[in-house]
Design a protein around this ligand. Structure first.
Ligand code: 3H9
Length: 708
């Protein structure tokens, strides 16, 4: 006879003979919220009080075991007791053996819960991890103290410092039973628990294991910390993780827990933790589209066509082949097609050389790719992505042809980065099926996909595109139509200011150093040289009308291009480069050009502080973001943050530009913009007026994240 006691809606307890089964039922991910924590304690106490119970199991009714602490509770000032460490104490101190049946992923506090149990059972396909470091914190419920007591120190450090999910097969020392097939887990676990009870297996708290810091381990920590410091520059949490694991060797368990808790709180109180936790939710919120009917259907994408087999088209095609979706590539000339396919093959072979792909995988992926020079071959595709030359007349021609040959319901997408999608859509008879899918270069690597919604794009086309982004391992962010969309529109003031600062007396190295120190992967001058200065020049040529009021506008970059200095590819741009070497070498000739142009334009050169460089490059970018929100080109500030982190390498520990502005305070950002508006003469007036959105938020005492 089994007695069923539902202790709460998110945790259930079922007592069956000598076994009390506690099950977590808190969809979607069994986050260990206050309700779940209370539920576990209540269920544990009921099981402990019941004399017939000899053993307790903890498992989950969901596909995963638990995603850990409820991140949405962080920073919440309410009474959140009991806290997770307290709950885990109850589990570990149980006088009856507790068995974790880890039926699916256990992350963060979820794995910490399993570590607090006396025995752990899982299946061979499972993966577990302690990803807290990605939230700017460290495992704070005993993970840094219990994991090294079970696993070897190197494994514990790697898991905690990288936060990477790990196959349980590499953790056989942590798990008492690893069942081969997931479908046999519960049956095998029941057998193990029954035997354990029959044979009176003892309670086996991990905390009872003692560790010592011998000279070898101490040396390992020192070396590990040096490696972490070099690899995770700018991040605070990784070194805190190392300190916490070291405490497991230096201190008795209880004191180690206290040290872990202190280090955890030090992390939690940093802007970095706020930024990374903001980013966690920002990334997920990107796929939620306001106002879209939840029942909107997704179109089937079984075959894709790419128009244009250049570097971009090839990179896009690889994304689909990588996940098993067949792709047909169209080029006007057979030669261009052959060249494009050969380039893809070369890229795959390079990955194989690095051990990232097997020979078979290269063959399989290449088999998914085919080529044609005839539009008539695109009649059966579900999605076409155009990646041809960035010129409206060319795009219109392509879309006109697609309209003629593609089947009804096929999605017609453009990879344009600047052109008006609505105009492109009008060249078809089905603007509802037209959307922008803006990939970032290299398209097979960069995680961002700007999904550009045209005035008439149908909801199911948007939903399908967001869904597709996930399928090809990208993060899709929905944006509206304007020049440059979100990412490139905001990068424009950043590039403009870095150039203007050179005229005013800063060097490319100083500007790049300041932004590198801030956390950008490279400064704007190095980035410009890598991308090719001719690209920016080409864009400016098409926009002379809009920038002619500012004679200083990117003038040094224009002069460099006019002198044939287009960047890394020709060995000189804002810097010089030695053949085969990407290391930028400062060039006094560039400073001379800036001096001459400054003199010609009547701009007085001066020493410029690092702080001014930072503010002048970033605040106008943020201000443009505010305009983008004001115009509803992005529907929420967190979407802009996702675009900047995944598309432009904005440091995730700053959370993205809008979160960074929130952290500084919008009143301060506005005040500094006004300062530059008022002190940089005509130039300041032209470019530094705060956005109406920024003014409004400051007046309402709000920030970006609370604005929408
Ligand atoms: C921790 O444990 C600290 C402790 O050491 C110490 C405490 C004292 N909390 O990602 P998905 C939401 S820190 C709250 O789209 P998937 C998520 O926002 C925690 N909410 O699904 C989304 O909501 P919505 C350490 C969470 O299948 C929904 O669940 N753990 C949490 O692609 C679905 O999520 C981690 O860092 C959470 N912990 O991936 C793991 N997790 O639908 C974080 C998810 O409204 N989680 N949500 O947008 C993950 O890595 C992934 O969510 C997971 C599922 C792999 C589990």
């Amino acid at each position: 006879m089994s007695q069923n006691t539902i202790t709460s809606s998110v945790v259930s307890l079922e007592i069956s003979g000598a076994i009390a089964n506690i099950t977590l039922n808190s969809a979607p991910v069994n986050a260990l919220s206050k309700a779940v924590r209370l539920g576990i304690i209540e269920a544990m106490n009921a099981a402990l009080d019941n004399a017939s119970v000899k053993g307790i199991t903890i498992t989950s009714s969901l596909a995963l075991f638990s995603a850990g602490a409820d991140i949405s509770e962080f920073g919440n000032a309410d009474d959140l007791s009991p806290m997770l460490p307290e709950v885990l104490n109850v589990v570990e101190n149980s006088t009856k053996p507790v068995f974790a049946i880890v039926n699916g992923n256990a992350f963060g506090g979820g794995l910490e819960l399993a570590l607090a149990c006396h025995y752990r059972i899982t299946h061979a396909k499972n993966r577990v991890g302690l990803p807290e470091v990605h939230l700017g914190i460290l495992p704070g419920a005993g993970g840094t103290q219990r994991l090294p007591r079970l696993a070897d120190v190197q494994t514990a450090l790697d898991m905690i410092v990288t936060g990477a999910p790990t196959s349980v097969q590499k953790l056989d020392i942590v798990f008492d039973v690893i069942v081969e097939k997931p479908e046999h887990l519960f049956e095998q676990a029941a057998k193990f628990v029954a035997t354990a009870i029959e044979e009176e297996f003892p309670v086996k708290p991990v905390s009872a294991i003692t560790l010592n810091l011998d000279a070898k381990t101490a040396g390992l920590f020192e070396k590990y910390a040096q490696g972490v410091a070099a690899k995770t520059k700018g991040f605070f949490a990784p070194l805190q993780c190392v300190k916490a694991v070291k405490a497991a060797f230096e201190l008795p368990f209880e004191d180690g827990l206290k040290r872990e808790s202190a280090l955890f709180m030090e992390c939690m109180n940093t802007p970095q933790a706020r930024a990374q936790q903001h980013f966690f939710f920002a990334e997920r919120a990107a796929s939620h589209v306001q106002g879209m009917d939840k029942n909107t259907k997704v179109r089937d994408i079984k075959k894709v066509a790419i128009i244009g087999a250049g570097t971009m088209g090839g990179g896009i095609a690889m994304n689909f082949a990588n996940v098993g979706i067949p792709v047909v590539m169209l080029e006007m000339k057979q030669e261009a097609l052959d060249k494009g396919l050969a380039l893809i093959h070369k890229n795959y072979l390079n990955s194989a050389k690095k051990g990232k792909l097997s020979e078979q995988q290269v063959t399989d992926r290449m088999n998914l790719l085919s080529g044609t020079t005839d539009y008539a071959d695109l009649g059966d595709v579900d999605l076409v992505i155009e990646a041809v030359f960035e010129k409206m007349s060319v795009k219109k021609e392509v879309f006109g042809a697609l309209d003629r040959v593609c089947k009804p319901g096929a999605i017609l997408a453009s990879n344009t980065s600047t052109l008006d999608l609505n105009e492109i859509a009008q060249s078809t008879s089905r603007p509802q099926d037209v959307i922008g899918l803006h990939f970032f270069s290299p398209a097979n690597v960069m995680k961002l996909l700007e999904i550009v919604r045209g005035a008439q794009t149908a909801d199911d086309v948007i939903k399908t595109s967001l869904h597709l982004a996930k399928t090809i391992n990208k993060v899709g962010v929905l944006v509206g139509v304007c020049f440059g969309f979100v990412g490139n529109r905001m990068i424009e003031p950043y590039g403009r200011e870095s150039n203007r600062l050179m005229l005013e007396g800063a060097s490319p190295e100083q500007v790049d150093r300041v932004l590198g120190k801030f956390g950008m992967p490279m400064g704007p001058f190095t980035m410009g040289d890598m991308a090719g200065l001719d690209i920016g020049y080409f864009v400016r040529e098409s926009r002379r009308e809009f920038i002619k009021h500012d004679p200083s506008y990117c003038i040094v970059a224009d002069k460099l291009v006019e002198q044939g200095r287009v960047g890394l590819k020709c060995g000189k741009g804002a810097y010089l480069y030695e053949a085969g070497n990407r290391q930028p070498i400062p060039d006094p000739a560039v400073i001379d050009i800036a001096k001459q142009e400054a003199a010609r334009l009547g701009i007085k050169q001066r020493d410029i502080s690092d702080q001014e460089i930072l503010e002048r490059c970033l605040y106008p970018l943020i201000n443009e973001g505010a305009d983008i929100l004001h115009e509803n080109i992005a529907s929420k500030s967190s979407d802009i943050d996702v675009i900047y982190v995944y598309g432009y390498g904005f440091p995730v520990f700053r959370g993205g530009p809008m979160q960074y502005a929130d952290e500084i305070g919008l009143a301060e950002v506005k005040a500094r913009l006004e300062y530059y508006r008022d002190t940089l003469g005509e130039y300041g007036k032209q470019w530094f007026s705060p956005s109406p959105m920024l003014n409004q938020l400051v007046a309402d005492n709000k920030n970006f994240s609370s604005s929408k």
